[in-house]
Structure formats: C-alpha cells, structure tokens
Design a protein around this ligand. Structure first.
Ligand code: GTP
Ligand code: GTP
Ligand code: MG
Ligand code: MG
Lengths: 287, 277
C-alpha cells in the first residue's frame, strides 16, 4: 500500500505538464502520509515538509532534471541528509560495545550477531551476559552464542550485574571485542536507568549502541533522548526490519542523539545483521 | 452558524496531530475523522457554542466507539473445559510474560491452569517459560527445543482434559507477519489446538505497522481479542486503538510492567481520555 501511495505521487508529478505551487503542496501532503505511516515523528515530518516545499518551489532545478524530478530528488536528499552516507563500521583493534534498549527490542540476539560480525572481521569476540532480571536470559544467550562459536560469561543465579561485568572483564582479557548485553529498560524505570549508568561506568565502553525495534512509533525520539542523556550513545542498531515496520522512528533517534544507525537486524538468525544502508532505508519508507 | 468543512478541518487539525503523536495509525485517524465529519458537518450551532469543545468531544466519542467491551474472566467462566487460549504476535511484544501474568490471575480467580511451552523455536524460550511456571506454581507441558509446536499444544490440551483442568495457555514463537512459513506454521498450531480464543499480544510502543500485522494474523487465524503490553513505558499507546479498530474485538488487558501482577483490565473510555484530555 505504501508503494502504491508513492507511485501515485510519482504519477502525479510525471503526468503534470509543469510544476506549480498547488501541485507541490499536493505532492508534499502525499509524502507526509508516507512518512507518517512509516512512523516518522510528527514534528520531523512537519519540518521536513516545509523544507521540501521551499526547496522545490525556490531552487532552480539542476540542469538535465525536470522540475518534477527535482521535487523527488529533494525528498530523497532531505531524508538522506538526516541519516548520513553509508559508512562501513569503523573497526578498532580492541573494542568494548555496550548494548542497551527497551524490553524486547532485540539486544540479546544482536549481541550474538555482532559477535559473529566481529569474528568475521578477525576480532576475537566475547559476550558478557549482564541481564539479571529476565528468566533464562543466560540460557538464551548461551544457546545463540554456541551457534556463533563465541564465548560468554554470565551468572545464571547472579543478582548483581555490576559484579558480572567485573568478573566478565577478567574472563575477557584475551578477547578483542567485548560485548555487553544488558536487561531491557525504558526511560520511566528510574532504578534501571541508574543501574545502566553504573554499568557504563564499570564497563567503560567504546561504543554504546541503542537497540531499537523498527516497530517503535512516535515515542522513539523521547526514549532515545533519555538513553543519550543518561550515558551518551555512539550509535543505533535498528532491528526487525524484515517485518512490516519501516523504522521511521529511527530518524528521530538519530536526530535526538546526533549519532548514526550502524547496523540493521533483518531476522532472528545470527547472520541477519547488515551495515546500515541509508538509501535502501529511505527507499523503503518512500516506497 | 453552520459548521462548514474548512472550519471543521481547522478545528480537527490539532486533535488529529494528537492522535498521530499518540501512535494511532494514520488510516484509523482518517476513519475516525470521517466519522466526526459525518456527525457534525452541515449542522448549525448557537452563537455561544464552544465549537472546539464540541469537536473534541465528538472525536473522543468516535474513538471510544472503536472499542468492544469484553470480560475475559467471564468468557472463561462460561466457556467449555478445558478452555484453550493461544497467544500470538510478532517478536518481543511480551507474549511469554503475558501468559505468566494471565496464569497468575487465573490461579487467583480459582481456575486450574496449565501452560504449553509451544515456542519450540527460539533460544531459551522453553527455559524462560519454565522458570515462570515454576515461580507461579503452575504446571508446564513441554517437549524439546525443535519439537513440533502443534504437538506440544495438543499434549497440553490432552493433559488438561485428562486431569479436568480449567484453562490451557499456549505460548507461541514470535513471528513476522511477512514470514509466510511461520504464519503457515501458526495456522497449523491453531488448527490442531482448536482454541476457544486466539489473543494477539501487541506492544503499546509500536506504531503504524500493527494494522498490517493484525490484519495478516487475522487472515491466517481469526483473532478474538488483544492484550497490549508495556503500557508503563510512557507511550500513549495509540496502537491499542489501531488494533481495536482493525480487529473489532476486545482489548482485554494492559500489561503495565514485568511483574506477575502487572496486568490491568482495559478500559477504553479511560484510555481515550488519556490521549485526548
Ligand atoms: N524477525 C526478527 N526478529 C528479531 C530480530 N532481532 C531480534 N528478534 C527477535 O525479537 C525477539 C526479542 O529479541 P531479544 O534478543 O530477546 O530482545 P532483548 O532486547 O534482548 O529483550 P529483553 O532482554 O527482554 O529486553 C526474539 O524473538 C528475537 O528472535 C530481527 O532483526 N528480526
Ligand atoms: N516494561 C514492561 N516490560 C514488559 C511487559 N511485558 C513484557 N515485558 C518485557 O518485554 C520483554 C519481552 O517479553 P517476552 O515475554 O519474552 O516477549 P515475547 O513476545 O514472548 O517474545 P518472543 O517470544 O521472543 O517473540 C521481556 O523483557 C519482558 O519482561 C510490560 O508490560 N512492561
Ligand atoms: Mg535480552
Ligand atoms: Mg516468547
């Protein structure tokens, strides 16, 4: 349905003999709907629409482009400028990566996917299982890690995640990439946010990646901002993009934290992780 | 003065935005707006009338109409034995945790319950629900990881029948509505268990995708109601409205945390008043 709506927009532009203000406004309104259906934040959609409208009406089209093609190009460029160009993940020789995020977003699964990613790049990975709340969290991680052939430290009966981090770091002394999986939490859970801050202090991560479910709607911006304010994020992992959700909430997460989307999750398997591709992401939103 | 379309659109604009910002899906907002227009367009109001209050109330009423009332405990009380409920939904929405909460509620209300660990797919899934069952003192039926999900469900129902237990709660693996193989598998689990209710477990934090998800799930197996989780996560939870509008079935409960008692009966009217105060 989303691609139908934008095909409709393209048809409007390409069939119109020339572009005028009324047509531009109509095109922008259609694009607004595509963005909102993809869960892009309402305020962001409003700002984007204004900029797109101004650019489309005022800028001279680039030579060789019809005014119509110019409008479409403008929409793409505005969205890509928010996300940045596709960037290979910068691999240091040693790294500590902390994964945080809302309950059920995909952190545990992502920790193993990341471990596999690192080992394919020649870095020896190690995962610390610091979720002490969720029943069988350690079992889940062990079973996944076994498939990826990566070592895990955890305490199945453990109650103190900070102690687990300390013991885990000792065990991970020979590893190149140490990944910390944490319990799910959201910004209204003050005690859990306090714990997250303490874990970050003890673990001293090089990377703090917020794991976001692509189904996350309009609260994405506020949640990301709260995580960023608490421990300072260095990136985002957007999961479950193999489903129906377009992940528009991630745009706000990026806008609110000044970071980039590093990876996307495209399935439950440990190989289902890819470097974020902004052009593919935007095309999916615009259909 | 007669209320014309331009004025009505103007009065609706901010309210529409409030609904969208609360994660009510766009097509549901459109439908509700059309409903309000049908009710108010062309009507004349006295000179002192507070038009924005009138429009807001009309919108509230229209959204509230989306909800169908339902009392899960009553339905179970009057239902057959064993009463079978299958829990379905996309990955990570809180199905397994919700089953634990429902089991706690049922035990407290005097129903004997058995849980089927029919997520035979995901890492640690059986261990997770096994721990919940042991915490709750509720019987669990499981087989090994990789076993046939429908077989576990069937096993649990037979167990309940043999022991005269009241309710069977069947956990299933999270799955994307876009994955045809997994959706076919779910269809089979439901066909074999012949449940009294299939409940969609949705996330209060999710946005527009729920409409398509609920529609697709409903095509594979008729959905009888929903439970919305993570309502404690400071989201307005408009997805509950989207789900109710798409399903036209009751939202029975809200999950309001990770503890066994964090389950409260859904009240549509109160819910809408939170979104459109
Ligand atoms: N289809 C799909 N499923 C995913 C993806 N990432 C994770 N999942 C699934 O989403 C569910 C939740 O994943 P987890 O890794 O347990 O999420 P979590 O953030 O660790 O959850 P908590 O620890 O409870 O907060 C599981 O069913 C995963 O298999 C993805 O990219 N695609
Ligand atoms: N804050 C909060 N967390 C919840 C709620 N319900 C479930 N959770 C958490 O969400 C995470 C996922 O819950 P699960 O029960 O594993 O979800 P699921 O749907 O069974 O996941 P899959 O089987 O992997 O698809 C866990 O960390 C739960 O504790 C809720 O109402 N509030
Ligand atoms: Mg986890
Ligand atoms: Mg589950």
């Amino acid at each position: 349905k989303l691609s139908d709506s934008l095909t409709g927009v393209i048809k409007k532009i390409t069939r119109a003999p020339f572009i005028d203000e009324k047509l531009v406004k109509e095109v922008v309104r259609d694009i607004q709907r595509s963005l909102l259906v993809s869960d892009v934040n309402v305020r962001l959609v409003m700002d984007l629409s204004k900029r797109i409208e101004e650019r489309a009406l005022q800028q001279k089209a680039i030579a060789g482009l019809t005014k119509k093609e110019h409008v479409i190009k403008v929409v793409y460029e505005e969205l890509i400028s928010l996300l940045g160009e596709k960037q290979d993940y910068h691999l240091p020789t040693k790294t500590r990566v902390m994964l945080i995020g809302i309950q059920g977003s995909g952190k545990t699964t992502t920790s193993v996917k990341l471990a596999k990613f690192f080992s394919k790049k020649g870095l020896r990975p190690f995962i610390i299982a610091a979720d002490t709340y969720r029943p069988a969290a350690y079992d889940q991680l062990l079973q996944l890690a076994e498939k990826a052939n990566v070592k895990v430290y955890g305490e199945p009966e453990g109650k103190d995640p900070v102690k687990i981090v300390e013991s885990g770091l000792e065990k991970a002394a020979h590893a190149d990439a140490v990944i910390l999986d944490t319990a799910g939490r959201h910004k209204s859970e003050e005690e859990l946010f306090r714990e997250m801050k303490e874990l970050a202090q003890r673990f001293r991560p090089d990377e703090k990646l917020l794991v976001i479910d692509s189904n996350l709607g309009q609260s994405a911006g506020k949640q990301a901002a709260a995580f960023h304010k608490a421990i300072g994020l260095t990136g985002v992992v957007l999961t479950k993009l193999d489903g129906s959700a377009k992940g528009g909430g991630a745009l706000s997460a990026v806008a609110e934290t000044g970071t980039k989307i590093r990876f996307v999750g495209l399935g439950e398997g440990i190989d289902d992780l890819e470097i974020f591709d902004p052009e593919r992401f935007v095309s999916r939103i615009l259909g | 003065a007669v209320l014309d379309e331009n004025r009505l659109d103007e009065l609706l604009f901010d309210l529409e935005l409030a609904l969208i910002e609360s994660d009510v899906a766009l097509e549901v907002v459109d439908a509700v707006k059309a409903d309000v227009k049908a009710a108010l367009l062309g009507r004349s109001f006295g000179r002192g009338a507070d038009l924005s209050a009138i429009v807001k109330q009309a919108l509230r009423d229209s959204v509230k109409k989306v909800f169908v009332d339902g009392d899960l405990l009553e339905i179970i009380r009057e239902g057959k034995r064993p009463f079978v409920i299958v829990f379905v939904g996309v990955n990570g929405t809180g199905k397994t945790t919700t089953i634990a909460k429902v089991a706690r509620l049922l035990e407290r209300e005097g129903f004997s319950t058995v849980i089927a660990a029919a997520d035979t797919y995901r890492a640690g899934a059986i261990e997770q629900i096994e721990k919940h069952a042991s915490n709750l003192g509720v019987r669990l039926i499981k087989q090994g990881r990789g076993a046939d999900s429908a077989a576990v469900a069937f096993d649990a129902i037979e167990h309940a029948r043999a022991r005269g237990l009241d309710v069977v709660l069947i956990d299933t693996a999270g799955r994307m509505d876009t994955n045809v193989n997994l959706m076919d598998e779910l269809k089979k689990v439901v066909r074999v268990s012949r449940p009294d209710l299939v409940l969609f477990v949705g996330d209060a934090l999710s946005g527009n995708a729920v409409v398509e998800q609920v529609r697709t799930f409903h095509q594979y197996t008729p959905i009888d109601g929903a439970i919305i989780t993570k309502a404690d996560a400071d989201a307005k939870g408009g997805s509950a409205i989207s789900i109710a509008a798409t399903l036209k079935r009751p939202v029975f409960f809200l999950g309001t945390g990770q503890g066994y008692d964090d389950l409260q009966r859904f009240n549509g009217s109160w819910f809408v008043d939170q979104i459109l105060p």
